[in-house]
Design a binder for this molecule. Structure first.
Ligand code: ARG
Length: 593
């Protein structure tokens, strides 16, 4: 359905036209002075020069054309030539009533839905998830959900780092510790054991140990490189061992992502395209895209318009080894062939910006993608501590994600208990823990998503877990409050379904209705720009408008049943909108908190 701002603009544009002016001048915007009006139009100011007329005269003429409007309750031309606008309550009622009836609150579906692959998460096998992985998972998950809700076909791929030297390092360390393992017996032709020879915690200890050793010991590093080579060339025992590493690690990752309410459609990784690399390299050479430079195989990706140096994209090192670029390019090739996506979205730290610029240019130049395939890198900023530096544990290390989540869970539990004491409701330990988990996740995710992705932000547990201000818990608290009113209304023996929206009588009620009415405009731009923070801003405004309305209105003791039902209908809609939006942000609300 049409956006409310477009409908209002249309009315204004007709008035400009009738008054003899260019209709384009009639564009309406949100008000800069919410104390004076709900919307405004500055077209008379813009037209003054062209029509050689004082803007206030134009504004007056336009206002007169609107004396019988069905849209505006007030059209005021004020000096020097602004048109201040207020909307008729019945116009908003009709708009929201339609929203309630339509699928997805009247959000228009795209004429040509796109197929989109979102590449996010990007953890590395056998390494614990740390805070650096948090943003990719949170933002990527939300973008995936928003695009899907907006009518596109979306595939989320985790793109595991599961190939290359780290794997060789682990294998080398295992060989040092357990040289007798059957996997190292080159003559063995039987079936390898189903049970892995290590646990996840052992694995997580083995990798850093091996990596440390390789930095000090050249022979060890040599051995690791050799193991990597053997693995990649398909030595059976090494492949079998690698499969164990992958399985053990993926099982653990699945648990971790599940706790974050993050779900991938594909669990593919760098290893999946290993066999495609030789063919891709041959193609790039044959077509004359790639050339040898200082022994390495590269594709030039500079462009004349570049203002900064864009180095060539390296495809093979001088020793013939593939690189990070190589696997990403082969993955693009694979994705194009398997899924034919219209758009590829990557989420990583913004320090990989230049890297993706190279990869995208190379993919275009070598025609791995179609001319109209959109390649988008969303580089996000750093999660900082209160000192403004990258977030660290108290001991100074990079915190594990699990520990960070545990910390915020604990703080949330404390607050939930405190709240139940002050509100004097009994809560059992188990329920309190469950609620804390739900609210803590909202605290973390909203704290991240409410910032524009490219910006750094400060991870502030006190602020994020607060029930007041622009926070996840505040949003959830609002949802819980609405649910509680609706429950009590039903306990009075009245049905939610029978409640019909009424024209707003008071200002706070009208303000809430106007906020809600922005839904399709917000959702569309959040999807187009892959910008979950727009959704956050929208629900924050709704929560504020609702709470203002709530404090000024005695909903449950209202005696006029029609008026009361109208409010209830508005609350039902507000709740549905809020719940839909938080679902798209990747969290949910508890029944109470
Ligand atoms: N595993 C990589 C890392 O830890 C991130 C992968 C991002 N995705 C991609 N297609 N390159 O840096």
């Amino acid at each position: 359905m049409d956006k409310i701002l477009d409908m209002i603009s249309e009315e204004m544009q007709q008035a400009f036209e009738q008054a003899g002016y260019d209709r384009e001048l009639g564009r309406v915007t949100l008000s800069n002075r919410p104390d004076l009006c709900e919307f405004q139009c500055n077209g008379a100011m813009a037209g003054a020069k062209k029509y050689k007329k004082a803007p206030i005269m134009i504004a007056d003429e336009v206002a007169q054309k609107l004396d019988r409007t069905q849209v505006f309750s007030e059209v005021t031309a004020i000096a020097p030539g602004f048109l201040n606008l207020k909307i008729k309550p019945e116009f908003i009622t009709a708009y929201l009533t339609k929203m309630r009836k339509e699928d997805k609150f009247g959000l228009d579906m795209p004429e040509k839905p796109e197929k989109i692959i979102v590449d996010y998460g990007g953890p590395n096998v056998a390494k614990p998830l740390h805070v650096g992985h948090l943003r990719s998972a949170i933002i990527g998950e939300s973008i995936k959900r928003i695009c899907r809700f907006s009518g596109h076909e979306v595939i989320g791929d985790i793109h595991l780092g599961d190939w290359g030297l780290p794997m060789g390092l682990i294998i080398t360390e295992l060989k040092e510790r357990q040289p007798g393992l059957i996997y190292f017996d080159e003559g063995f032709e039987g079936e390898y054991p189903k049970e892995p020879p290590f646990t996840i915690s052992e694995l997580e200890e083995i990798y850093p140990t091996a990596s440390g050793k390789s930095k000090e010991d050249a022979a060890y590093k040599e051995a690791a490189m050799n193991a990597t080579f053997k693995l990649q060339s398909g030595v059976r025992g090494y492949r079998a061992l690698w499969k164990h590493i992958l399985d053990v690690s993926v099982e653990d990752l699945k648990k971790n992502y599940q706790n974050l309410n993050v779900e991938f459609d594909l669990w593919k990784g760098e290893s999946d395209v290993h066999d495609l690399i030789p063919g891709m390299v041959r193609y790039m050479k044959e077509e004359g895209y790639a050339k040898i430079s200082e022994g390495a195989l590269v594709v030039d990706v500079k462009e004349e318009t570049d203002t900064k140096e864009i180095p060539p994209c390296m495809i093979l090192k001088s020793d013939g080894a593939a690189l990070y670029h190589t696997t990403d390019l082969a993955t693009i090739m694979d994705r194009m062939k398997t899924y034919e996506p219209d758009r590829l979205i990557y989420l990583t730290d913004k320090r990989q910006e230049l890297y993706f610029e190279q990869v995208f240019r190379c993919a275009r130049k070598t025609k791995l993608v179609n001319d109209d395939t959109k390649l988008i890198h969303i580089g996000f900023g750093t999660m900082n501590g209160k000192d403004g530096k990258p977030y660290k544990t108290r001991q100074g290390g990079v915190p594990r994600l699990e520990n960070l989540i545990a910390e915020i869970n604990e703080e949330m539990l404390r607050k939930i208990k405190e709240n139940s004491e002050s509100k004097k409701y009994e809560i059992e330990e188990k329920e309190a823990a469950e609620i804390s988990r739900i609210v803590a996740l909202a605290a973390i995710k909203y704290g991240d998503l409410s910032n524009q992705a490219s910006k750094d932000y400060i991870f502030d547990i006190d602020r994020f877990t607060s029930f007041e201000g622009d926070t996840g818990p505040y949003i959830l608290y609002t949802v819980v409050r609405i649910k509680s009113i609706l429950n009590k209304y039903q306990e009075q023996g009245k049905a939610l379904e029978d409640a019909a929206l009424q024209d707003a009588a008071g200002e706070p009620e009208k303000a809430l209705m106007l906020e809600i009415a922005k839904f399709n405009a917000v959702m569309q731009s959040a999807a187009e720009e892959a910008a979950p923070h727009k959704l956050c801003a929208y629900i924050y405004e709704i929560a504020n408008a609702f709470n203002r309305f709530y404090h000024e209105t005695k909903i449950l003791s209202e005696e006029d049943p029609q008026k009361q039902a109208g409010w209830i209908a508005l609350l039902v809609l507000a709740k549905e909108i809020l719940e839909t939006c938080i679902e798209l942000l990747g969290f949910s609300a508890p029944e109470r908190m």
